[in-house]
Design a protein around this ligand. Structure first.
Ligand code: NAD
Ligand code: UDP
Ligand code: UDP
Length: 320
């Protein structure tokens, strides 16, 4: 998209080699933006963006956002951060550094360049929620010292930083609270439930159910999520968020396993494993604010999105 300067907008996507970032990058290129992806490949992969390398408006920088970055940009989508519990718990100190130092650096960059900046925050800021469904006004129920805290508290601190740069330095900020998102280009070893179940079913392995499988999540297809992120970035300056982006359809993990098995076929059994510490019991977004402020809502039902994701993994595992 052309900026007021009469040239394409220069958009920075941190974490652009990851699952959501790689979808977002394609959408921004399609609409004519210049896109710089910054990623240290901690949980993302060069493969996710390999086919973009000859695109003249695309640039890839290997860089860790915990270190300062001096480039010239008009907009920043700040997504850099591992999202899967398996990845963010592998090096929890680095996860907190990424959330806190990474956000400070990107906010400093936004301040110097007068860029608009969007934070990919998370429903994890609600912790194990005592309020259901979760509205943005809910302050959350988060353990400060558990194994999920590096991520949950890291993102909460990132939100605090965004709002302090907004109050103190009048930055143009946008804070999206993203609920569980799934789709093609999740890493097969990512560890999140959708990719785990699909890969397990395709390989004829048992589906690993943590706990009794009665905990719930709400799953948003990645194309819907990306549309929400772009609408939020394009919204008037007074719209700062936080704003929930997710699909309010709520399912137990057993229901999800049944859906995956119905789609993939085969004879995988269920294998019960201990529930990880602090695993939220239930989660569903109230998306009234996104609907009224952005005119946004999800359009892809879970069955359809899962079918597309199964097709992706089937091709990937077959080496296509
Ligand atoms: P992902 O792990 O696939 O992508 C994250 C990307 O950030 C990866 O490419 C990784 O290499 C990169 N990264 C990590 N640390 C970095 C660092 N220090 N410097 C530079 N790059 C770094 O995860 P995703 O699902 O695409 O999530 C993207 C963002 O959305 C994350 O901020 C995540 O917290 C947020 N989010 C995702 C979900 C979801 O369900 N996918 C839900 C809520 C929030
Ligand atoms: N920063 C950056 N790129 C820039 C400007 C700043 O990475 O273009 C980093 C730098 O490390 C700085 C941090 O962002 O310490 C916060 O910047 P800010 O201007 O808020 O504070 P400073 O520490 O410079 O006073
Ligand atoms: N889960 C599961 N089996 C798996 C992976 C995850 O039952 O192989 C459960 C996990 O305990 C959680 C839910 O699925 O209750 C969603 O997990 P995920 O890691 O995808 O996301 P998050 O917990 O961060 O919402």
């Amino acid at each position: 998209m052309t900026s007021l300067l009469g040239r394409p907008k220069r958009v920075l996507v941190t974490g652009g080699a990851g699952f959501i970032g790689s979808h977002l990058t394609r959408r921004l290129l399609e609409r004519g933006d210049d896109v710089v992806v910054v990623d240290n490949f901690y949980s993302g992969s060069r493969d996710n963006i390999l086919e973009l390398r000859d695109e003249p408006r695309f640039e890839l920088m290997r860089h860790d956002v915990t270190f300062p970055l001096y480039i010239e940009v008009d907009e920043i989508y700040h997504l850099a951060c591992p999202a899967s519990p398996v990845f963010y718990q592998r090096d929890p100190v680095q996860t907190t550094k990424t959330c806190v130092h990474g956000s400070i650096n990107m906010l400093g960059l936004a301040k110097r360049t007068n860029a608009k900046i969007l934070l990919a925050s998370t429903s994890e800021v609600y912790g194990d929620p005592a309020v259901h469904p979760q509205e943005e006004s809910y302050w959350g129920n988060v353990n400060t010292i558990g194994i999920r805290s590096c991520y949950d508290e890291g993102k909460r601190a990132a939100e605090t930083l965004f709002f302090d740069y907004w109050r103190q330095h009048q930055l143009r900020i946008k804070v999206a609270r993203i609920f569980n998102t799934y789709g093609p280009r999740m890493a097969p070893d990512d560890g999140r439930v959708v990719s785990n179940f699909i890969v397990q079913a395709l390989q004829g392995q048992p589906l690993t159910i943590f706990g009794d499988g009665q905990q719930t999540r709400s799953f948003c297809y990645v194309d819907d999520l990306v549309e929400g992120l772009i609408r939020l970035m394009d919204s008037p300056d007074e719209v700062t968020g936080p704003i929930n982006l997710g699909n309010p359809g709520e399912f137990t993990m057993l229901e999800l396993a049944e859906k995956v098995l119905a789609l993939v076929g085969g004879d995988s059994k269920l294998e019960y494993r201990p529930l990880p510490q602090d695993d939220p019991v239930r989660r569903r977004p109230d998306i009234t604010r996104a609907q009224t402020t952005l005119g946004w809502g999800p359009t892809v039902p879970l069955d359809e999105g899962l079918a597309r994701t199964v097709d992706h993994f089937r091709a990937k595992l077959a080496g296509v």
